[in-house]
Write a protein that binds this ligand. Structure first.
Ligand code: MG
Length: 248
C-alpha cells in the first residue's frame, strides 16, 4: 500500500514538475518578452529633435513661449537663430504645460568681462516653473557649488563641473520626474532630476525636497500635475537654441 502511495506521489510530483511553464524555463525563449513592442522613434542627428519630440524653439520663431508674468508675447530677442534674454523683461514660459519630460536645451553664456559669481551669465530652466536647473557661467567662475551651472539650485551640487568657456554653446539633456501628490495634498512621490551637461552626468535621479528656492528651505505644496516650463531672466543676455522635449 505504502509503495502505491509512494508511486502515486512520485507521478504527481513528477507531473507537477513538468508543467509547461517549468519545462519552458529550461529554454532561452521562455524568458523572451515580445509584448509590448516599443514605439519606433527616429533619432535626431547632432541633437536635432527625434521624430516624436515637441519642438519648443527651432531658431525661427518664439511662438511656443509667453511671458511668465501675465502671459502675452515675449520681448526676448530672436537673433541669428537664437533666443536671447532681454534683461528686465522677465522670465518666459511655455504656452503648453508639462509634467514629467525629457528635455534638450542648448545655451550660451556670452563673454562678459567684469562679471563674477552669480552675476556672470545667470539664467535657469524651471520645470513646472518651480524646480530649477541652474544656468550660469561656471568656467573659472567661483560661486557656491549648489548654485553653479547644472546644480539643482540650492539642493544638489553637480557631480562634476562640465562647463565650457563663455562664448561656446553648451547642452543640457535633462530627465525630470514630476512630483505626485495625494488627494490630501501630501507628497506621494518627490520630484527627481537626471541632468547631463555637455554629455557628462551631473545628477543621477537626484531627489528634490520641494521647489528650488533662493531663501529658506524647500517645502512641497501640492500643485497641478502639468505646468509650464520657465526660462529665467536674471539680467544676463543668455542665448538659447534647439529646445525640444518628449513628455514621459
Ligand atoms: Mg538661475
Amino acid at each position: 500500500m505504502s509503495k502505491l502511495i509512494y508511486l502515486f506521489l512520485c507521478c504527481f510530483i513528477g507531473g507537477y514538475s513538468l508543467t509547461a511553464q517549468e519545462k519552458d524555463l529550461t529554454k532561452p525563449e521562455s524568458t523572451e518578452v515580445w509584448e509590448p513592442v516599443p514605439v519606433k522613434v527616429v533619432p535626431g542627428v547632432y541633437n536635432s529633435p527625434p521624430s516624436d519630440a515637441i519642438v519648443l524653439f527651432d531658431g525661427t520663431n518664439l511662438d511656443a513661449w509667453e511671458k511668465e508674468k501675465g502671459g502675452g508675447s515675449i520681448e526676448w530677442l530672436l537673433k541669428d537663430g537664437a533666443m536671447v534674454v532681454k534683461p528686465g523683461t522677465g522670465g518666459i514660459q511655455t504656452k503648453e504645460s508639462f509634467g514629467s519630460v525629457q528635455l534638450h536645451l542648448e545655451w550660451l553664456a556670452p563673454v562678459d568681462e567684469g562679471k563674477e559669481g552669480q552675476g556672470y551669465s545667470n539664467s535657469g530652466v524651471f520645470f513646472m516653473g518651480k524646480y530649477e536647473v541652474q544656468i550660469l557661467n561656471s568656467y573659472e567662475n567661483i560661486t557656491y557649488p549648489n548654485g553653479q551651472a547644472g546644480s539643482i539650485y540650492k539642493q544638489h551640487i553637480p557631480l562634476v563641473n562640465a562647463s565650457k568657456p563663455p562664448g561656446e554653446w553648451q547642452t543640457y539633456d535633462i530627465i525630470f520626474n514630476a512630483p505626485v501628490f495625494g488627494i490630501a495634498g501630501n507628497v506621494k512621490e518627490k520630484a527627481s532630476l537626471t541632468v547631463i551637461h555637455n554629455g557628462v552626468l551631473l545628477h543621477h535621479n537626484a531627489i528634490l525636497e520641494g521647489p528650488t528656492v533662493y531663501i529658506g528651505l524647500p517645502k512641497y505644496e501640492a500643485h497641478m500635475n502639468k505646468l509650464p516650463i520657465m526660462l529665467q531672466d536674471h539680467g544676463d543676455m543668455i542665448r538659447f537654441r534647439n529646445i525640444w522635449l518628449r513628455p514621459l
